[in-house]
Design a protein around this ligand. Structure first.
Ligand code: PLP
Length: 388
């Protein structure tokens, strides 16, 4: 059976070149990077090369990169590491739970947290950020690209507000990295999180950019790894894989692969909306990463559509992978003002570097007929057809 994977915001396959780069570090190059002998020096050099590549992807210097176990750790390290009891944090209602739950934990530990709303296009208003500032505001944490809609936030404006107020700015760039160019200096942030498995590196890898001179409390205590910001023997194969994936992403921008991906995504979206009525793109008309399209197909249950498409070989998602299976509609789509039934009727298509035009054709051959079949079975749709 043919299988097409359009759920790359949940995770991406490790690219063959990434796997090849990692392979020796599972076998003959096994040293502990803290050892002073040949074996240790070999892996130390590999880690420092990877650090250079990740720094290049983000426009930082290598010494500002801390390797982590992924996006969740990077977000938690930045948030818990930059504030203390009594401080005030500003974040948004559409953040990933790695940020929202970290902020909730801070609140329980004596911090004040303001959660900003978004408008119907999934955008935060920078004026709301400015209005939320207090004398004890220590950190603003606003994501770069939303994982469900792909919408890009006005980070440079928020960065300027943070700089004027002299407070730290962290951004979760997990869904932006490798999809849009990132320059930490242009954003004006002190901390930025990325995750390896969203950019075709292995799961359980990631990095936190931390601007030189920014004081950070670690989550773990141990040795001096990662300049004591993240103690623990390094995951060398994973770090090498992340470095290789960063190099591949940089080369892809030079070839303008992102423009080609946006064209594929736009064709998928356009052809679907041409033949299916009462459907629309969530976050339409705003800058989005080139790989994501979140579409509401009114009168059906998104979960039913995901299952029906999966049975035919197409993998898509109802939103964040970690909240799939939960009965609650997506907190992002609800924050955008979608009705709960519309939020539940929404599907996320997300492309990856392995996605081809044939994959899009395959999706187009399945989605309209499956939506039509589910609507025929939907009492809500029938009732509406009869009454109009
Ligand atoms: N932040 C965003 C925006 C995400 O989409 C995800 C994962 O879906 C994470 C953080 C968590 O990253 P990880 O799975 O590497 O822990």
């Amino acid at each position: 059976m043919r299988r097409v994977y359009l759920d790359n915001n949940a995770t991406t396959p490790v690219l063959p070149d990434v796997l090849e780069a990692m392979r020796p570090y599972f076998t003959e190059r096994f040293g502990n990077a803290s050892s002073i002998h040949h074996h240790g020096q070999e892996t130390r050099a590999a880690i420092e090369n990877a650090r250079e590549s990740v720094a290049q992807l983000l426009g930082s210097s290598a010494s500002e990169i801390i390797f982590t176990s992924g996006g969740t750790e990077g977000d938690n390290l930045a948030i818990a590491g930059l504030v203390a009891a009594g401080d005030h944090v500003i974040t948004s209602s559409i953040e990933h739970h790695a940020v929202l739950h970290a902020c909730k934990h801070l609140q329980d530990a004596g911090c004040e947290v303001t959660v900003l709303p978004v408008d119907g296009r999934c955008l935060i208003d920078p004026a709301d950020v400015r209005r939320a500032l207090r004398p004890n505001t220590k950190l603003i944490s606003v994501m770069m690209a939303n994982n469900e809609t792909g919408v890009l936030q006005p980070l440079e404006e928020i960065g300027r507000i943070a700089a004027e107020a002299g407070i730290c700015f962290h951004t979760d760039a997990v869904q932006a990295a490798g999809k849009v160019p990132i320059d930490v200096k242009q954003i004006g942030c002190q901390a930025l999180t990325i995750s390896g498995h969203k950019i075709h590196a292995p799961q359980g890898t990631g990095a936190l950019y931390l601007k030189k001179g920014t004081k950070l409390r670690p989550l773990f205590y141990g040795g001096r790894h990662e300049r004591s910001h993240r103690p623990g023997t390094e995951n060398v194969p994973g770090i090498v894989g992340l470095g290789k994936a960063a190099q591949i992403a940089i080369a892809a921008f030079a070839r303008e692969d992102d423009t080609k991906m946006a064209a594929m995504r736009d064709r998928l979206q356009h052809e679907i909306l041409k033949v299916i009525d009462e459907a629309g793109v969530n976050g339409d008309g705003t800058p989005r990463v080139p790989n994501t399209s979140n579409i509401h197909f009114d009168h059906i249950e998104g979960e039913s559509l995901v299952i029906a498409l999966d049975l035919k070989g197409l993998a898509v998602s109802t939103g964040a992978a970690c909240s799939s299976g939960a009965i609650e509609p997506s907190h992002v789509l609800v924050a955008m003002g979608l009705r709960p039934d519309q939020a539940r009727a929404s599907i996320r298509f997300s492309l990856g570097k392995q996605t081809t035009d044939e994959d899009i054709d395959f999706a187009l051959s399945l989605v309209p007929e499956t939506v039509a079949r589910l609507r025929e079975l939907s009492p809500a749709y029938k009732k509406q057809v009869i009454t109009t």
